[in-house]
Design a protein around this ligand. Structure first.
Ligand code: FES
Length: 298
């Protein structure tokens, strides 16, 4: 399991500034429910362009909730130009450090801030409004090339694994890995110098009994996954757990769309690996009924 700082846990359990700011001056919105992460950042500026208030709505992991909560706290009282200079590293440091695998959750907060700032200043962002023209290199998580290039440059990334940690690209079917390697080589060749490889941060496997693991998985599904699905008229049922294989079944709206069911599988896997056991593999029995080993639990 990943290890989070006390401050991350605090901002996850007691997130600050959650909700819509009805009188927001500007809103920055990034991600999508189908990609497993979405964030709306609301900023209320006064006449001196100082951020008087900030709020957010997020659909995402504990890291995304904590990062969004932290960012809204960091923004208050800052001039909007000063706020725009906040970095992923600043958010991570404010939270006492995030596991490297979860740095992409800060990236989402940063992107929402960038979108909000660009909208406020009337700046046209490279990808904003241009999504149809820019192909997604990673189709599982809808990540375009510009985002990958920027993550490599800004964070001195040196491997496909790190790209996945910072952007989620490559964290699904892996078919985009050859493209990610090519982009990595090209961008790194353009960098003025190759800095030393960053140290991996994390994390040992959990030591749960089968029953404890099953309960923990059900708990994560009930808390983290099913409420989000219910908003879209869907649901997910835990069918069985065999070792590290978790068999689930989608219902309602989720069951009627092949691509969203595949994305959902990776989304759920990500949550369970993060919160229960990093070795977990989720098998969607909606699509693979031949792999079902046991009757439904409930
Ligand atoms: S296309 Fe990138 S992980 Fe599937």
């Amino acid at each position: 399991m990943l290890t989070y700082s006390q401050k991350v846990k605090d901002h996850f359990i007691n997130p600050r500034n959650v909700g819509v700011l009805a009188d927001a001056t500007v809103v920055g919105e990034v991600g999508s429910m189908s990609a497993g992460q979405a964030l709306k950042l609301y900023l209320k500026l006064n006449a001196d362009e100082v951020i008087d208030n900030a709020g957010f709505q997020v659909f995402g992991s504990p890291g995304a909730i904590a990062a969004s909560s932290a960012l809204t706290e960091m923004l208050k009282g800052k001039h909007v130009d000063e706020a725009a200079r906040i970095t992923i590293k600043d958010i991570s440091e404010y939270l006492g450090g995030l596991p490297e695998e979860k740095m992409h959750t800060c990236a989402m907060s940063m992107e929402a801030l960038e979108v909000a700032y660009a909208r406020y200043r009337g700046i046209e962002l490279e990808v904003e409004g241009d999504e149809e023209e820019e192909l997604n290199i990673c189709r599982c998580f809808s990540v375009p090339e510009s985002k990958i290039e920027r993550a490599i440059r800004d964070n001195n990334l040196t491997s496909v694994e790190e790209i996945t940690h910072f952007t989620k690209a490559g964290g699904g079917c892996t078919s985009c890995h050859p493209d990610l390697k090519q982009i990595l080589q090209r961008v790194r060749a353009e960098l003025p110098e190759n800095k030393p490889k960053r140290e991996p941060v994390n994390a040992g496997a959990g030591n749960l009994s089968n029953l404890e693991k099953m309960k923990a998985i059900q708990d994560v599904l009930d808390r983290e996954v099913r409420p989000g699905l219910a908003m879209d008229g869907g649901d997910m049922e835990l069918v069985d757990v065999v070792g590290n294989k978790v068999y689930v079944q989608l219902h309602g709206h989720c069951n009627s769309c092949a691509s969203s069911s595949s994305t959902m599988k990776f989304f759920v896997e990500d949550r369970l690996r993060e919160m229960v056991d990093p070795e977990i593999t989720v098998i969607d029995t909606t699509e693979h009924s031949d792999q079902l080993h046991a009757p439904p639990m409930r």
